[in-house]
Design a protein around this ligand. Structure first.
Ligand code: URP
Ligand code: ZN
Ligand code: ZN
Ligand code: ZN
Length: 468
């Protein structure tokens, strides 16, 4: 018998599973194979008012209970997408999926929570946060926030503390690319890492060398390459590898954990592998586009077809995706996001004649669970329990259920059926903001390694006496 997932011991279980009081609902999922991140077993799952109260065999219930037959199917925690951009203002336009349409897609694909990136407003964290609270008002599912840091001063430093202590944000993204807009330099990166460490917040990086990308773009334009293929050619894997290695080394220097978002290349993955092997606390997140696609479409003669595939870091040449899959299956990379950041054809057309103006971003929120299943589980690269870990519980152990076998049939969120028979049943403004506390497990032992580092410097205890 599996233990109930949403018990009092799971901090997030309460808020995640317990949108309970707003309505009464009783659901029995019968006869499915219940899977979590460490085991699987045929069992019934009984959910009352949004709380999973029993996971055992042959649960008997009354007439007032909705019964979902899951015989021959898997019953799994809802997916958590750790990387999305809904209603994001970017490259002169705003992503076409907002907090309702993007979430509708997520629920259709069995994802019941996502973490979106708050972009500061003119560098102000609090103004950015308020703007995203407004954007998210129409939410139909659980969501959380990371926050980008795009400039540095005393106010930003103070506001980071407010975000962690009062607003439930415990992860901050630093962009090493997008020169002239979101990009920051190493000076800021170090300040940011130090601040993250002092707050127990997780530092995240978009790792591409933005100065070199800028140079690469100039080269392509000079060569007369103005189409979407110029995007891939101007920012090759080596620039992702360089920035990943640099961010890892600087995080190691500060002694703070690092999360590398959208790992797209072998070059970046190998930097992460090396760091993890040396014992450094580095997490790598591949995204579905990087795992399952290659860059060939960027050479499609039809601009609209090619522009759909423009994101940063770019989708890579054949071979990179396979290597990223292998890294995911062996634990070098830990969890799968989407970087869902959608623009329609009119928006992508902003870059006709100059690939630098094509809004960067691809979809994935609806497709992620299916694609990871098809690519990783069906091929035997990961187990069904691994699937749950990399698509859901690795971000944190906040657990809900949905039913899946190749295709998502029913999605249950907060104890309510929100997707069934290819139909969305979730309503706007029923979603819930999930606060995330600082000091995750990656911070365990940091103080001890700090002490080791200081003693390795020997400076405070062993100063040389110089004679002149
Ligand atoms: O192309 C991308 N990845 N767009 C979204 C912004 C980001 O860098 O994550
Ligand atoms: Zn268990
Ligand atoms: Zn990014
Ligand atoms: Zn992103």
């Amino acid at each position: 018998v599996l233990e109930p997932f949403c018990d009092a011991g799971i901090v997030y279980g309460e808020s995640a599973c317990g949108a309970a009081s707003a309505y009464l609902s009783k659901i029995l999922i019968k006869g499915g194979t219940v899977v979590n991140a460490h085991h699987q077993e045929v069992a019934d799952v009984y959910i009352e008012d949004g709380i999973i109260v029993a996971v055992q065999n042959d649960i008997m219930v009354g007439d007032d209970v909705r019964i979902i037959d899951a015989t021959g199917k898997y019953v799994m925690p809802g997916g958590i997408d750790p990387h999305t951009h809904l209603a994001m203002e970017f490259m002169g336009t705003e992503t076409i999926d907002d907090f309702f349409s993007g979430q509708a897609a997520a629920l259709a694909g069995g994802t019941t929570m996502h973490i979106d990136f708050v972009i500061p407003a003119n560098g102000s964290l609090s103004a950015g946060y308020e703007a995203y609270v407004k954007k998210a008002e129409k939410s139909a599912m659980d969501y959380g926030f990371h926050m980008a840091i795009t400039k540095w001063d005393e106010t930003v430093s103070r506001e980071m503390e407010v975000m962690v202590k009062d607003k439930g944000i415990n992860s901050f993204k630093f962009f090493l690319a997008y020169k002239g807009s979101l990009m920051i330099n190493d000076d800021l990166l170090l300040e940011g890492f130090k601040k993250c460490k002092s707050l127990g917040a997780l530092a995240m990086v978009h790792a591409e060398n933005g100065d070199a990308v800028f140079e690469g773009q100039k080269r392509m334009i000079e060569l007369g390459i103005t189409g979407p293929e110029g995007h891939a050619l101007s920012r090759p894997p080596v620039l992702e590898g360089e920035a990943t290695g640099r961010a890892i080394r600087l995080a190691g220097f500060v002694n703070t954990p690092l999360y590398v978002v959208h790992v797209m290349s072998i070059d970046a993955m190998e930097e992460i592998a090396k760091a993890r092997k040396s014992g450094q606390k580095v997490i790598g997140e591949p995204v579905v586009s990087g795992l399952v696609l290659d860059d060939s479409a960027l050479w499609d003669p039809d601009f609209q077809t090619a522009a759909k595939f423009v994101m940063s870091p770019p989708i890579r040449a054949p071979g990179h995706g396979k290597a990223l899959q292998a890294a995911l299956s062996t634990g070098i990379l830990q969890l799968v996001g989407t970087d869902h950041c959608t623009f329609n054809s009119t928006q992508k057309a902003l870059g006709i004649g100059d690939f630098r103006k094509i809004p960067n971003g691809v979809n994935g929120l609806e497709e992620r669970m299916h694609l990871v299943w098809d690519t990783m589980v069906v091929s035997g690269q990961i187990s069904v329990t691994d699937f749950v870990r990399v698509t859901s519980t690795e971000w944190f152990r906040k657990i809900m259920y949905f039913v899946l076998q190749g295709k998502v049939e029913v999605t249950i969120s907060g104890g309510k059926v929100v997707w069934e028979n290819d139909e969305l049943k979730a309503v706007p403004s029923s979603g819930k903001y999930i606060e995330m506390p600082p000091y995750n497990y990656l911070f365990d032992g940091i103080g001890k390694t700090d002490a080791e580092y200081l003693s390795s410097l020997r400076a405070p205890v062993k100063r040389a006496v110089h004679t002149v």
